[in-house]
Design a protein around this ligand. Structure first.
Ligand SMILES: CC(C)(COP(=O)(O)OP(=O)(O)OC[C@H]1O[C@@H](n2cnc3c(N)ncnc32)[C@H](O)[C@@H]1OP(=O)(O)O)[C@@H](O)C(=O)NCCC(=O)NCCS
Length: 144
């Protein structure tokens, strides 16, 4: 049976940190403190897939932003990322957001393919946004 997604709160910070550490390269890992802080931001929300995935997002007025999303390497290509992103999009809509944005490193073809599959399109570029010199692409989807 596929386990239900769990809402992510500050109390889940250690569990989220374990997933984040395994899902991201060393320089991009968020600590439990940072993850807990983001989960507790005004307008912040997120979900954990007990099989090994997380998403955090934030909604301000009618705009929402994906703050981070990651899936354990051994749990990839099983639809976890899609389920987490869909859940975040649905939750943002329920909170009256009408658009959702995210930033993604240009070479991150896996993440870009996931986002494109759920309707996100490129709307901007931040030159040399990441510490390794990669550009960030800004992607957007209309939620309603
Ligand atoms: C990006 C990430 C969250 C995707 O999670 P996932 O659970 O593997 O995604 P899904 O299984 O839902 O994949 C959905 C679709 O995205 C695309 N996709 C995902 N991974 C891909 C890959 N490595 N190569 C090409 N397409 C890929 C495919 O279209 C896939 O559908 P398919 O498997 O039916 O072909 C995961 O690769 C990850 O955690 N990466 C490291 C962290 C990261 O880069 N986060 C995003 C930062 S912006």
């Amino acid at each position: 049976m596929i386990p239900a997604l769990e809402p992510a709160t500050e109390l889940h910070a250690p569990a989220m940190a374990a997933i984040h550490q395994a899902a991201f390269p060393p320089g991009e890992v968020w600590s439990a403190a940072v993850l807990g802080l983001h989960a507790g931001l005004p307008g912040g929300f997120g979900f954990i897939d007990p099989r090994g995935g997380l998403v955090l997002a934030r909604t301000i007025m009618d705009e929402s932003e994906i703050l981070t999303i990651g899936v354990l390497p051994q749990a990839r290509r099983l639809g976890l990322g899609t389920r987490l992103l869909r859940a975040a999009m649905d939750q943002a809509l329920a909170r009256d957001a009408r658009t959702m944005f995210l930033e993604v490193a240009e070479p991150n073809s896996a993440a870009r393919a996931l986002y494109t599959s759920l309707g996100f399109t490129d709307v901007g570029r931040r030159k040399r946004y990441y510490s390794n010199g990669d550009d960030a692409l800004v992607m957007r989807v209309a939620l309603a």
